[in-house]
Design a protein around this ligand. Structure first.
Ligand SMILES: Cc1cc2nc3c(=O)[nH]c(=O)nc-3n(C[C@H](O)[C@H](O)[C@H](O)COP(=O)(O)O)c2cc1C
Length: 146
């Protein structure tokens, strides 16, 4: 059993719903999960696994709710050697900046010593209007690694 933090970046609420569904799937495996809408590094100290479930807004920008977390990572540059992460990016391929928002966070996670557990998934809402379906199938493929 592991403590898994789901970090949500959302404007319209879709990514939060996906994170809730992923948390439920992990809870069935007896993992302890918590969904963070306004994540803060200090609150995440106990969680060795972070799953970022994040859409993109503006032109390749992060949703407003997760911008403070991005700023905190940039300013504090915490040692994240002990953290493993996974990225579930949700976007719309009609934008040139498809799924670019959360890349701003994952590049800082990597710079600060964290490692990806698995290749990211980029869910295109043009093709997958119900993003929780590919998200849960993706999680099923690698959840044994947690
Ligand atoms: C104003 C606006 C700007 C957007 N910009 C982008 C973008 O730059 N890149 C992208 O991949 N998707 C973009 N999208 C699509 C959203 O990421 C997509 O609709 C997503 O499902 C929203 O998820 P959420 O409900 O968690 O916010 C944009 C959507 C809106 C409404």
């Amino acid at each position: 059993m592991a403590k898994v933090a789901l970090l949500v970046g959302t404007t319209l609420g879709g990514s939060e719903y996906v994170a809730d569904e992923m948390a439920a799937q992990l809870a069935e495996l007896t993992h302890q999960t918590e969904v963070f809408i306004e994540p803060n590094i200090d609150e995440l100290a106990d969680f060795p696994v972070w799953i970022l479930v994040c859409s993109t807004h503006g032109a390749g920008d992060l949703p407003d709710n997760i911008v403070p977390f991005h700023k905190q990572l940039m300013i504090e540059m915490p040692d994240l050697n002990h953290i493993k992460f996974a990225l579930c990016a949700i976007g719309d391929s009609s934008y040139d900046t498809f799924c670019q928002g959360p890349e701003k966070i994952t590049s800082l996670l990597l710079q600060n010593g964290s490692n990806a557990i698995v290749d990211k998934i980029q869910i295109d809402v043009q093709r997958d209007p119900i993003p929780e379906e590919p998200a849960l199938a993706w999680l099923l493929q690698w959840q044994h690694l947690i």
